[in-house]
Design a protein around this ligand. Structure first.
Ligand SMILES: Nc1nc2c(ncn2[C@@H]2O[C@H](COP(=O)(O)OP(=O)(O)OP(=O)(O)O)[C@@H](O)[C@H]2O)c(=O)[nH]1
Ligand SMILES: [Mg+2]
Length: 828
């Protein structure tokens, strides 16, 4: 039998930091209370028989929120062999409140005073020997962050577990309380082990419903006990629960007086000073807006997008110059050569109009043809020039926007072009060290192996195109994750929740709903899980339902793609997506709060603001890596499978009654097309009732990154994805498609998280239905009204759009009666 040690303590005391240090795990650490919401197990390094469990932070053993229930249930039901109680040394008084309860559980406890580095820096003194005597358990000093004393703490816990002698609580309550507790033990607890009796008795005294339920005490016994409790209450003129709480605090105050010396009493700390500005009533929000703008500007527009361009065009494109050396010169040359081609093409077209026979020349200039020959082309052009010499027009396509502009060329231009063409296409390898892109390498490899066409198609058009499109966004994501991790680690995130609380409260939401939303910008799943810190069950459900409206990391690639293909790469699209997500959350909040299901005032905001501190490189990198890795892992598993599926179903189908592999222009006969055509009518009112878009949206339910991967396959082809997309979507239809995919139900994994957190099938379906319905309604309104203004109105659609707008306005402004009549349970 191995030894089980639980890490218990207040939120933000450093349990997970210690857990990571002791077990070598990579659990998420952040500077705000309530980071860990689920228990995590790991083996102590060097001791394969010792299991350490990291628990969510708790303030007491009377749970109010879900993550507190997780912690308490673990302690009282699984009964670890020892508890390592992590105490934040800068906040002794509040932390010891939990300690007084832990020592009553009848499990050996070792108290580890954490954050000793800060305590020492502040010049405060803790007398651990005296503290150990007062508490009746061993006390050690540690710094989980710096790694000092942690081995000793773990050893002490192992020793305590091996000896197995339960604690003898040093603290005694007042006479009448002890009297009642003794009675309770005798009356109903004699058949549970002796060392556990005291804790249960105190809980019964406090009338803890869950404990009473768990012990299934008979009615007559409860009545009997109730007499004792009532007598004590009468004597002290207070209710039982408050009596226990008060006595604990009186006791702790006494302990602190003996064991703790603070250097600076009162006075403002640096954190307080920063907070006066950052959480200021007027400045708080603008500062937040600027910070978030910077985060997205750096990750999406500058650093991140440069890296993503490299990944998309270089690593997963044709190739790249090592260290970027030679890139500029090569690009200039390549562009010139591109113009050369355009001019020659234009001339050939002109010759055709003039009735000249250009067959031979076309053979010389077609790079695919065997007759391709730059010199011969030049000669032919010079020959033609003698006969056909007039200015002619030619088309150039912008590489980024694919916009086509028509220009005019003179004979001089043509001669220069012919010369350049004879010189041949610039070779990137001549300008620097050229590293070919992955698809190029793979293609070469497959050609060398004489690979079958279908397999080559699967690998290049399916796997590499799909997965590469997603992986290309990894650099951008990593930059975003680093910046978010820094904000989390330094403590600013906790302030944002505080600032947002003032605003959210006006709409009937709690600022605590904002933390899940913030986390949701990385990934919806931890966002949904973070809702566990919300006490009020209705607010919690509402937060779960609306958190995924905010664009998560996986939606970024698709947003970037639509912005690039249809909206000229405007940075407003990505920023707008966040505003839209926030607006959807606030509007849903107002609407839902007015229904019976969600009515009630939001719980008061009780999150404490932890002191700021410098983020450590390790923590920031760990958090970036954790999130980035899950992005990459998804690309490696579920997205690979989906792209294989999409590739197969889109490149195979029935042409003229026989089943087989299709060419690119036969894709509308594919299996996927049949499926898409079956359901695409559903989306016709939203402006994109074609099978390709429908299929992309559906594969987005598997993983949002799939939208890009699927579009990459379905809209691939001659002109490139962006041009094909631009041709397939009008501006409003593109907008409507974007909005629908932003707001509709999240990916399967996140839906799974919703299901787990709702813990109820009815609520799960309600959440998914609401999200999809809301997305459908907003997209419909946007598309139909857009069509109306651009003069393509559809009568039925317009009526439906106006009806929906009217309904939403009604839901937003209708009076809010229930708030005074329904009570909610709040933590005091
Ligand atoms: N200065 C200092 N900071 C620490 C120490 N230990 C942890 N921290 C910081 O305290 C913050 C909270 O750490 P976590 O390990 O997430 O705390 P937790 O107890 O797991 O918190 P919950 O999961 O919310 O209950 C992080 O920002 C840590 O970097 C320490 O010994 N010294
Ligand atoms: Mg934690």
């Amino acid at each position: 039998m191995g030894i089980k040690i639980a890490l218990a303590g207040n939120p933000n005391a450093g349990k997970t930091t210690l857990f990571n240090a002791l077990t070598g795990s990579n659990q998420f650490v952040g500077n705000w209370p309530g980071v860990t919401v689920e228990k995590k197990e790991g083996k102590l390094k060097g001791h394969s028989d010792v299991t350490i469990t990291d628990l969510p932070g708790i303030y007491s053993l009377s749970p109010y929120t879900l993550e507190e229930v997780v912690a308490r249930n673990y302690l009282i039901q699984e009964r670890p062999d020892a508890i390592l109680n992590i105490i934040d040394g800068t906040n002794l008084e509040r932390n010891l409140y939990l300690t007084t309860q832990l020592v009553e559980l009848g499990i050996p406890v070792v108290a580890a005073i954490n954050m000793m580095d800060v305590v020492r820096k502040n010049g405060d003194k803790i007398n651990t020997e005296e503290l150990a005597k007062e508490l009746g358990c061993q006390v050690v000093e540690i710094s989980a962050l710096k790694g000092t004393g942690i081995k000793e703490a773990a050893e002490a816990a192992i020793q305590a577990a091996k000896q197995g002698t339960p604690m003898i609580p040093q603290h005694q309550f007042g006479g009448c309380v002890e009297h009642a507790i003794a009675h309770i033990e005798e009356a109903v607890l004699h058949n549970i082990p002796e060392e556990q009796q005291r804790w249960y008795a105190i809980k019964i005294f406090e009338r803890d419903e869950k404990v009473l339920e768990a012990l299934s005490i008979s009615k007559s016994d409860i009545e009997h006990i109730e007499q004792d409790i009532a007598a004590a209450e009468k004597e002290m003129d207070d209710d039982a629960e408050s009596m226990i709480t008060n006595e604990r605090y009186v006791y702790i105050a006494n302990v602190i007086k003996h064991c703790y010396k603070k250097k600076n009493k009162g006075g403002m700390t640096t954190s307080d000073k920063i907070d006066r500005v950052v959480t200021n009533r007027w400045l708080g929000l603008p500062i937040f807006a600027v910070v978030m703008f910077l985060v997205y500007y750096i990750s999406m527009v500058t650093v991140g997008s440069a890296a993503t361009d490299w990944a998309n065009d270089g690593l997963f494109g044709d190739g790249w110059h090592l260290l970027g050396i030679g890139s500029g010169a090569y690009e200039e040359a390549a562009e010139e050569y591109g113009d050369t081609n355009a001019i020659i093409d234009g001339y050939v077209a002109y010759l055709g109009e003039q009735g000249a026979d250009t067959a031979a020349l076309e053979g010389y200039i077609d790079p695919e043809a065997d007759t391709f020959d730059g010199e011969a082309a030049k000669h032919a052009i010079l020959e033609f020039e003698k006969q056909y010499s007039a200015d002619f027009s030619y088309d150039v396509e912008d590489e980024e926007t694919l916009e086509v502009t028509t220009k005019t060329a003179t004979m001089g231009d043509l001669t220069t072009a012919a010369d350049a063409f004879a010189g041949g296409e610039p070779d990137p390898a001549e300008y620097g060290v050229w590293v070919p892109g992955i698809p190029v390498l793979i293609e070469q490899g497959l050609d060398a192996l004489n690979c079958a066409d279908w397999l080559k198609g699967l690998i290049l058009d399916g796997l590499v195109a799909g997965v590469g499109a997603v992986l290309g966004f990894v650099p951008q994501m990593l930059v975003l994750f680093i910046l978010l991790a820094i904000l989390e680690a330094c403590g600013y995130m906790a302030r944002i929740a505080f600032v947002m609380d003032r605003i959210f409260r006006k709409f009937g939401l709690s600022g605590k709903s904002f933390i899940p939303i913030l986390i949701g910008t990385g990934c919806g799943i931890p966002g949904i899980m973070a809702s566990r810190t919300i006490e009020n069950e209705r607010d919690r459900r509402m937060t779960i339902m609306t958190t995924t409206f905010i664009p998560c990391g996986a939606k970024q690639p698709f947003i970037a793609m639509m912005a690039g293909a249809i909206f000229g790469g405007s940075a407003w699209i990505a920023t707008g997506a966040y505003f839209l997500g926030m607006a959807a959350i606030v509007i849903s909040g107002i609407i839902l709060k007015k229904t019976k299901m969600f009515a009630g005032d939001p719980a008061p905001f009780v999150m404490e603001l932890p002191p700021y501190h410098m983020p450590t490189v390790g923590n920031v990198l760990r958090s970036m890596w954790e999130r980035g890795w899950s992005f990459i892992k998804k690309a490696g598993t579920i997205i690979t499978l989906s792209t294989i599926f999409v590739w197969f179903t889109s490149f195979f189908g029935w042409v003229d009654g026989s089943f087989g592999m299709l060419t690119e222009d036969q894709m509308s006969c594919s299996i996927l097309a049949y499926i898409g055509k079956g359901i695409c009518w559903l989306f016709a009112p939203l402006g994109w009732g074609n099978w390709q878009a429908t299929v992309a949206a559906v594969t987005g339910l598997v993983a949002k990154e799939n939208i890009v991967a699927t579009m990459g396959i379905l809209y691939g082809g001659d002109n490139g994805v962006y041009a094909n997309l631009a041709a397939a979507f009008t501006g409003v239809a593109g907008m409507s498609f974007l909005i629908f995919n932003l707001l509709c139900a999240p990916c399967f994994a996140a839906m799974g998280a919703i299901k787990r957190e709702m813990n109820n099938a009815k609520w799960f379906w309600f959440a998914v239905g609401y999200e999809c319905g809301f997305a459908y309604a907003v997209s419909l309104v946007v598309y139909q009204l857009g069509a109306l203004f651009s003069g393509n109105a559809n009568i039925l659609g317009t009526i439906a759009a106006f009806a929906l707008v009217a309904f939403m306005i009604y839901m937003l402004v209708r009076p809010y009666k229930e708030s005074n009549t329904l009570r909610t349970k709040v933590r005091v």
